[in-house]
Design a protein around this ligand. Structure first.
Ligand SMILES: Nc1nc2c(ncn2[C@@H]2O[C@H](COP(=O)(O)OP(=O)(O)OP(=O)(O)O)[C@@H](O)[C@H]2O)c(=O)[nH]1
Ligand SMILES: [Mg+2]
Ligand SMILES: [Zn+2]
Length: 346
């Protein structure tokens, strides 16, 4: 087994500054590669370890890519270091909690295919996620080998935002995968996100030499079969780190207003020129957005996608805030009842 240095693992001054000038002799920093129910597998300068979670840290508090400290010989996670970046999404269904996707990621590789999976509204969501989590977005268009004109998908993707760079590849071809290596230099971390069946694990296998399971998509609608079920962090041939994730059915945003602003910077700029500051861009006089649509400079679909994301973000942010208040209220209520009962007994 090759011995990895802290720098190889992605360590930087940001993490060192949290524990003083030098790592204490008794402590070992380690990077989380897999999160299990009661333990994490990590990589460190002393090799691979499996660390048990102490009672005050639950699996949901940890993400792949996290840096933890362990007291040498204890076999336990001692503490989690503050994250430089964190990717999270709103939990599925009616849940009002956040789910961690990965931590300390430099590049968000937004994977979609040159087929029916390609969807501007979904890409904009991922771009907003990249922006609000301060990771660099890279749109990776797979299955270029099956498309008549992959360049067209690339152009459509890059038109979505001033932040977007798009690359089209055949994920099964090692030469094509080389195009991703500038984002995976020694110690750099990228996360693969996107729908099921777009080729995330195929990319991981090609760049790491691993052989994790991949599976064909349904012929009729290009949908995948949710082959990958857990997140993992693995080292690439080029010395970078790649997070593979299970395909997401949907990405629900909350507390991402900043991210949405950046992805739709052009629309925000236009809206600043509307006569009314609360213009809804419908039929108000002096609306700069409608004017841009009328002369064909702006696509009305893009306006609707922007408004929809803003509404959703506002709603989800409010529900999360309300739930926090509600939870606080509930705790107080339970305590009050317990006290009340005691008093009755006295
Ligand atoms: N022709 C072609 N097939 C590809 C390409 N990328 C992936 N595939 C195939 O697409 C299918 C799905 O790939 P996976 O790598 O399992 O997709 P995934 O994104 O990991 O899917 P989940 O784990 O379900 O989220 C497999 O049969 C791959 O061989 C590509 O660029 N070209
Ligand atoms: Mg997979
Ligand atoms: Zn307007």
């Amino acid at each position: 087994m090759t011995v990895l240095s802290l720098a190889d693992l992605g360590w930087s001054a940001f993490f060192r500054s949290q524990i003083g000038q030098q790592v204490p002799d008794t402590m070992l920093p380690a990077r989380v590669c897999d999160v299990h129910r009661d333990r994490v597998s990590v990589k460190s300068e002393s090799g691979d370890l499996s660390l048990i979670l102490p009672p005050d840290i639950s699996a949901g508090d940890l993400a792949v890519g996290d840096w933890v400290l362990t007291e040498i010989g204890s076999g336990l996670v001692h503490s989690v270091l503050e994250r430089r970046t964190v990717l999270r999404r709103r939990g599925a269904g009616s849940s009002v909690t956040h789910q961690l996707i990965a931590a300390n990621v430099d590049t968000l590789m937004i994977v979609t295919s040159c087929n029916d999976d390609f969807n501007p509204a979904r890409l904009e969501r991922y771009l907003a996620l990249a922006s609000s989590s301060e990771t660099l977005p890279l749109i990776v268009l797979t299955k270029a080998d099956l498309a008549e004109d992959p360049g067209d998908y690339q152009k459509q993707a890059e038109r979505l935002s001033p932040l977007a760079t798009a690359i089209s590849i055949d994920a099964r071809d090692p030469e094509s995968l080389e195009l991703l290596s500038p984002w995976l230099k020694r110690g750099q971390t990228a996360a693969l996100v996107g729908s099921s069946g777009v080729g995330k694990s195929t990319i991981l296998n090609g760049l790491t030499g691993l052989d994790v399971a991949t599976r064909g998509i349904r012929e009729d609608d290009a949908k995948g079969r949710h082959t990958t079920t857990a997140r993992s962090l693995r080292q690439t041939f080029s010395g970078g780190w790649l997070v593979d994730t299970p395909g997401m059915r949907s990405l629900s945003l909350s507390e991402s207003t900043d991210g949405i602003s950046k992805v739709f910077a052009d629309l925000e700029e236009l809206a600043a020129g509307c006569r009314f500051s609360d213009c809804a861009h419908e039929s108000e006089p002096g609306c700069a957005i409608r004017a841009a649509i009328d002369i064909g400079e702006l696509d009305s679909d893009r306006l609707h996608r922007w408004q929809k994301l803003l509404r959703e973000d506002r709603f989800n942010t409010e529900t999360i805030a309300e739930a926090r208040v509600r939870q606080r209220g509930q705790t107080r209520f339970i305590k009050a009842t317990i006290k009340g009962k005691r008093r009755m007994k006295d």
